[in-house]
Design a protein around this ligand. Structure first.
Ligand code: XIL
Length: 290
C-alpha cells in the first residue's frame, strides 16, 4: 500500500513528502511518512533565516534532526534551499560561506539540493533580490559552484513555481529552460530543474508538457518538488503524477505537506491526508493509477 513502492516500481526514484521536527511530532505524521513516502524535504529547517539567524551563528538542531530522521529511516533527502529571496535573515552574509557551511555539513546525505529557489518573475525576467542586485545573474554561477564544491555528490537543482503549464506560464517555462541551457553550456553545474507545482483546482493538466519543455533544456533530471492542489481532486492528483510518469527524466514527486491541517495552504485542503491522518480519495486514486 505504499505510494512510494508503487511509484518506484514504475522506474522512478521516489515519491516523497515534507517534514520538520515540529510536524513529525504531531499525531500519526511520522507513521504516515514511514509507511507511505520514500523521500523527505525539510519544510523550513534548512532555510537561511532558520539555520543562520545572525552572522556566523548557525542553528543546526532542526536541520540535523531531519537529516538524521532521513538517514535512520532510509528516506531519500532532498535538501531545501540554499538561496531564496524569502525567509532570509535581515543581514545577508557571503553566498559562498553559507553554501559551503550548509551544503558541506550535509554532504553525502542529500540526494539533491535546491541551490537557488524562485529566481524568475512570471514574465521570465529575473526577480529583484539582494543576490541579483549585487551580482547580476552571476549569483547563479557563484551559488552552483559553491554547492558543487561543498557536496560533489548531490544533484544540484534550480527550483521555481509557475512552471506547470504551457498556456499561461509559457514565458516563465521558456525563460527557465533557455537560461538553464545557456548556463549548462557555460559550465555551471546544474543537474536538475524542480517544478514546485502549487496548483489550483483543475490546474494539473499541463504539468507533463511543461516538465517535458523543462527537460529539453539539457538537465539530467527534473522533478515535481512541492506538489499541492486546491481541493485535492483525485483527477488533478492523477494528472500531475502522470505528468512525471510521462517524462522519462522526471525522477520523483514530493507532496508539500502530510496532512491538510499542516499544509501552508490548509484552507485549500490540498494534500493527501486529512486532519485526522486519514488518507483522502486522491491518495487512493493515485494508488489505483499506479
Ligand atoms: C513554505 C512553508 O511551507 C511554510 O511553512 C513557510 O511559512 C513558508 O514557506 N515555495 C517554497 C517553500 O520553496 O519553501 C515554501 O514553503 C512554499 C513556497
Amino acid at each position: 500500500d505504499s505510494i512510494d513502492a508503487a511509484f518506484t516500481a514504475k522506474g522512478k526514484i521516489y515519491f516523497g513528502n515534507i517534514g520538520d521536527e515540529g510536524t513529525l511530532a504531531q499525531g500519526e505524521t511520522t507513521e504516515i511518512l514511514n509507511a507511505n513516502f520514500g523521500q523527505i524535504t525539510p519544510e523550513n529547517s534548512m532555510k537561511w533565516a532558520t539555520i543562520e539567524p545572525s552572522p556566523g551563528d548557525y542553528k543546526w538542531a532542526g536541520a540535523d534532526f531531519l537529516a538524521d530522521y532521513a538517514m535512520a529511516n532510509g528516506k531519500i533527502l532532498r535538501c531545501h534551499t540554499l538561496l531564496w529571496h524569502s525567509q532570509l535573515p535581515d543581514y545577508v552574509s557571503s553566498i559562498t560561506d553559507k553554501a559551503e557551511a550548509v551544503a558541506g555539513r550535509y554532504a553525502g546525505k542529500c540526494y539533491a539540493w535546491d541551490v537557488v529557489n524562485e529566481i524568475f518573475n512570471d514574465d521570465g525576467s529575473f526577480r529583484d533580490s539582494v543576490f541579483y542586485r549585487v551580482l547580476g545573474e552571476d549569483f547563479v554561477k557563484v551559488a552552483f559552484n559553491a554547492a558543487r564544491r561543498a557536496d560533489p555528490e548531490a544533484k544540484l537543482y534550480i527550483n521555481d513555481y509557475s512552471l506547470d503549464n504551457l498556456d499561461w506560464a509559457e514565458p516563465k517555462v521558456t525563460a527557465m529552460a533557455s537560461n538553464v541551457k545557456k548556463w549548462i553550456a557555460g559550465g555551471i553545474p546544474i543537474d536538475g530543474i524542480g517544478s514546485q507545482a502549487h496548483l489550483a483546482a483543475g490546474g494539473a493538466s499541463g504539468v507533463g508538457a511543461a516538465l517535458s519543455a523543462l527537460a529539453a533544456s539539457g538537465v539530467s533530471e527534473v522533478a515535481i518538488t512541492e506538489l499541492d492542489i486546491a481541493g485535492a481532486a483525485p483527477a488533478d492528483y492523477q494528472a500531475a503524477v502522470q505528468g512525471c510518469l510521462d517524462v522519462e527524466t522526471c525522477v520523483g514527486v514530493t507532496v508539500w505537506g502530510v496532512t491538510d491541517a499542516q499544509s501552508w495552504r490548509s484552507e485549500d485542503t490540498p494534500v493527501l491526508f486529512d486532519a485526522n491522518y486519514e488518507p483522502k480519495p486522491a491518495y487512493t486514486a493515485l494508488l489505483d493509477m499506479l
